[in-house]
Design a protein around this ligand. Structure first.
Ligand code: NOJ
Length: 554
């Protein structure tokens, strides 16, 4: 192997694990039982519509998910997040909730949910449900009453209303994330209601204590059924400035250009309000009483802004989205991960994608190279404080599914096909052949090209060299080293650009994200526990093939 760079060994001399100075995580977190259960968990996002169809109608459901839970247990998953399954007109595929305390018939019944939960528990899997507090569906009885009964409705103030501007137009310049204005006129009352997303997703009014009480009750409803926590949709967006000032234009918007899309505004008044963090302090009391976890979708670019949600007594973690909008860039990926970790240590749920992004392997270049990059990156993410979350299909190294323009389903895809989220939402390929084992219906809810046999769970399970088996082995290595991995991250400062190398307790993760071989001085005494590619550990030097991650123990 060619040696392209060499680094000084990390300063380990004489420092025992308990004495080591670390970045966050707390040196008192030496024993694994001193840290909360989710910090040792591997999470997995189930996008329910596309996971497994148990009743043959083309849509994934609880019956199908329950039947397929063995796949997750077998893979080594500990924690399953299920996307919204509540009664919903499905304008945004469930992120438009019409009843927060029930199951949509397309996904099953509450009894089906309970059976799913019981089986998950029996297999040692914990479960998160997805709470959507920023907005309800426009068909929620609260909003129906607010519109039909106007100011007489007890639910009118559950939503965000404003009189028109003096010229009769919209109250201000706020825009919807899904395109168009963030205000729609209610002709009955002559007032506008606010919606950060579709007009079918009116924003709830979190300045109203009754809304806060409703949601505390909703949390208790699901905790009483036995769930282990919540994924919180757009957690940073609940509050807005009640005087509704215009947002200034984004600093990136060229002078004189009118803001037209969400990104054209600097969201000073409609996002990330300090008061939002207080809401989660109330949620935290409820969650902590049940040892449940709160993981927010705090979609803000700067880790410094996310930190206030996950430090102290608000949320436990936020997903880390800092890599999603970037093309593959080893140096920048490594820099951002390190910065995020050091800004809010232990506060991140590490992800490579979700039901909202193009699939990671596609973004990382596709094919074998894309898969190797993804696996190497996971091997670093699996060592950091926090909770890694695979998105369904990540364990198969799936690339985006192929959806014809006439089959687009996602409301974002109608407005802007290149941003549409259908390609990452195509059904999981369980087996070769028609329907890919996902459904017995003629077509799945999202028509797409059939996946090749090599992408399927059935074929990958039977093949030693498959991505699925590589992922399973990585997860097993992480688990077998868990009680020796503790405390905060001690970075190997001399690690070359595009690598991530760090020690926690007596475990190190050394990962080469670049497309070149790399050699690092690592000091004596390491034993190789796991590698995703070719590695040589020769005395005090470790050499890694391109796109390779390792776990070392001392
Ligand atoms: C974030 C969710 O992940 C996305 O799928 C949804 O469309 C929006 N929030 C609105 O709820």
């Amino acid at each position: 192997m060619t040696e392209t760079s060499k680094a000084d060994p990390p300063a380990r001399g004489g420092m025992g694990p308990t004495e080591r100075s670390d970045v966050g995580g707390g040196s008192d977190a030496r024993a694994t039982d001193a840290r909360p259960w989710w910090q040792d968990a591997i999470g997995y996002e189930v996008y329910l519509r596309s996971f497994a169809d148990g009743d043959g109608d083309g849509v994934g459901d609880f019956l199908g998910l329950t039947e397929r839970l063995g796949h997750l247990a077998d893979l080594g998953i500990d924690l399953v997040w299920v996307t919204p399954f509540y009664p919903s007109p499905q304008a945004d595929f469930g992120y438009d909730v019409a009843d927060y305390r029930d199951v949509d018939p397309v996904y099953g019944t509450l009894a089906d949910f309970d059976r799913f939960l019981a089986k998950a528990k029996a297999l040692g899997l914990r479960v998160l449900v997805d709470i959507v507090p920023n907005h309800s569906s426009s068909l929620h009885p609260w909003f129906r009453s607010a519109v039909m009964e106007g100011h007489e409705s007890p639910y009118r103030d559950y939503y965000v209303w404003s009189d028109p501007a003096p010229d009769g137009g919209r109250p201000n310049n706020w825009l919807s994330m899904f395109g168009g204005p963030a205000w729609t006129l209610d002709e009955r009352s002559g007032q506008y209601y606010m919606h950060l997303f579709l007009p079918e997703q009116p924003d709830l009014n979190w300045a109203n204590d009754a809304v806060r009480d409703e949601f505390l009750d909703i949390l208790r409803f699901w905790l009483d059924r036995g769930v282990d926590g919540f994924r919180i949709d757009v957690a940073h967006s609940l509050m807005e400035d009640q005087t509704f000032p215009d947002d200034p234009p984004s600093p990136d918007l060229p002078d004189g250009q009118q803001p037209e899309t969400f990104g054209d505004l600097d969201h000073v008044y409609d996002l990330d309000r300090e008061e939002t963090v207080d809401i989660f302090r109330d949620w935290r009391v409820v969650a902590d009483a049940r040892d449940a976890v709160l993981i927010g979708e705090v979609y803000l670019d700067e880790p410094e802004r996310v930190a206030k949600y996950v430090e102290g007594d608000a949320l436990h973690e936020s997903f880390y989205f800092g890599l999603n909008a970037l093309d593959w860039d080893p140096a920048e990926f490594a820099r951002r991960i390190r910065h995020a970790n050091d800004t809010a240590p232990g506060g991140w749920s590490w992800v490579q994608g979700s039901h909202d992004e193009h699939r990671a392997v596609t973004r990382y270049g596709g094919g074998t190279v894309g898969r190797e990059r993804s696996l190497a990156l996971w091997s670093a993410m699996f060592g950091l404080p926090g909770t890694p979350f695979l998105y369904q299909g990540d364990e198969l190294g799936l690339e985006d599914g192929i959806v014809a323009p006439e089959d687009i389903q996602d409301p974002v895809g109608f407005v802007s096909p290149e941003d549409g989220r259908d390609p990452c939402r195509t059904p999981i390929p369980w087996a070769p052949g028609p329907g890919n084992g996902f459904t017995t219906a003629d077509e799945p809810w999202l028509r797409c090209e059939q996946r090749p046999a090599g992408d399927t769970v059935q074929v990958q399970r039977a093949s030693d060299g498959s991505f699925l088996n590589a992922m399973r082995s990585l997860i097993a290595a992480r688990r077998s080293t868990a009680d020796r991995r503790f405390g905060g991250v001690e970075w190997w400062d001399e690690a070359p650009e595009g690598t991530l190398a760090f020690t926690r307790g007596s475990i190190a993760h050394v990962v080469n994200l670049t497309d070149e071989p790399v050699a690092l001085a690592c000091g004596d005494g390491w034993e190789l526990v796991h590698a995703t590619g070719t590695v040589e550990l020769d005395g005090a030097v470790i050499s890694l093939a391109p796109r390779t991650g390792t776990i070392l123990a001392t």
